[in-house]
Design a protein around this ligand. Structure first.
Ligand code: SF4
Ligand code: MG
Length: 316
């Protein structure tokens, strides 16, 4: 609720002055149990920061994080431990996120050590079970990450995330570093695991087709704000925000006869610096519909009915 994550950034190399980068600025949404909430937007819009802040890998600057209705925003290390077990992360880069000096058994078993679950042979059996769960062979356990392909490494990352039987997983661009040919395999596996274990996902991605495929709800972010969100079908067939329309009109449509977008919007210019965002609606410097009101007033999310939320003055 009203989540904020600001970073202090040094203005110049020599200067003592610093400025605030509002990576996430007043964002509210709900992820339902057993569902996937897809978060899309251009790089640097704050989607990964939201994922990391929800898991408290970053301390939130403001707002509240509720897990099963309980506020976890201000929990200290020890009180947070049970939640750390329930909430895991799958990282973007399966090359950087696995320690090259550790064997697969050590990597996948590490969360079991941290949370002190399964001992001795039980721990080894559990690691074998996890490795097989993600489609690898138990005799791979004593090998090192460099002996595996990108897709296999991401499977190892997924096995590690599942080790402590989490309920909620932040998948931060889990397929964007992989070959296109194996992206679908990894996404299908995530879906099967969700079904089997009743997992809840936050799926962060800039791949709009993949997000449509895997998500139940989708949110669109721009410069640290959520500008629109809705159930997946509603969002992709009845998008309202000019930024959402611009993003989605760049995606090829599988069947042009049932084309869902009538109007293409081409974005002008670049995303402004998040250190100095435009006043009012932060999208106004690129929006073909910008009006004087857009510079003066920040549009709030409004419910268009059935939970379809849009932040744009046009909607009023
Ligand atoms: Fe465009 Fe104004 Fe709507 Fe922002 S509020 S998206 S600038 S019309
Ligand atoms: Mg990112």
């Amino acid at each position: 609720r009203n989540l904020k994550k600001y970073f202090e950034v040094q203005k110049s190399f020599f200067g003592r002055s610093s400025t605030l980068l509002k990576a996430v600025d007043d964002v509210s949404f709900t992820i339902s149990k057993g569902e996937t909430f897809g978060l899309v937007g251009e790089s640097g819009c704050g989607k990964s920061t939201i994922g990391r802040t929800l898991l408290k890998l970053y301390e939130p600057t403001g707002g509240d994080i509720l897990y099963d209705g309980k506020s976890i925003s201000s929990l200290k290390h020890k009180e947070m431990m049970p939640y750390r077990k329930k909430m895991q992360m799958i990282f973007q880069d399966p090359y950087a996120s696995l320690d090259p000096r550790l064997t697969i058994a050590e990597i996948v078993g590490d969360p079991l050590v941290v949370h002190n679950i399964y001992q001795g042979k039980d721990r080894i059996d559990r690691v074998k079970e996890l490795i097989e769960l993600v489609g690898l062979k138990a005799d791979h356990l004593n090998r090192y990450p460099h002996e595996f392909s990108g897709g296999q490494r991401q499977r190892i990352g997924i096995a590690r995330a599942l080790a402590v039987e989490p309920e909620f997983i932040v998948c931060d661009e889990p397929i964007s570093a992989l070959d296109v040919s194996i992206q679908a395999q990894v996404v299908n596996m995530l879906e099967e695991l969700q079904e089997r274990f009743g997992l809840t996902y936050l799926f962060v991605s800039h791949d709009l087709s993949m997000v449509r495929h895997i998500s139940h709800k989708v949110g669109v972010m721009y410069l640290g704000s959520l500008v629109e969100y809705a159930d997946v079908n509603e969002l992709y067939t009845n998008m309202q925000h000019p930024y959402t329309r611009a993003l989605l009109s760049a995606v090829p449509i599988a069947d042009p006869d049932t084309a869902e977008q009538s109007e293409r919007i081409h974005l002008q210019g670049d995303v402004p610096s998040p250190m100095n965002p435009p006043s009012g609606c932060t999208f106004r410097t690129r929006c073909p519909y910008a009006m004087s009101k857009c510079a003066e007033e920040t549009p709030k999310l409004r419910d268009m009915g059935n939970g379809h939320m849009v932040a744009c003055h046009l909607i009023e």
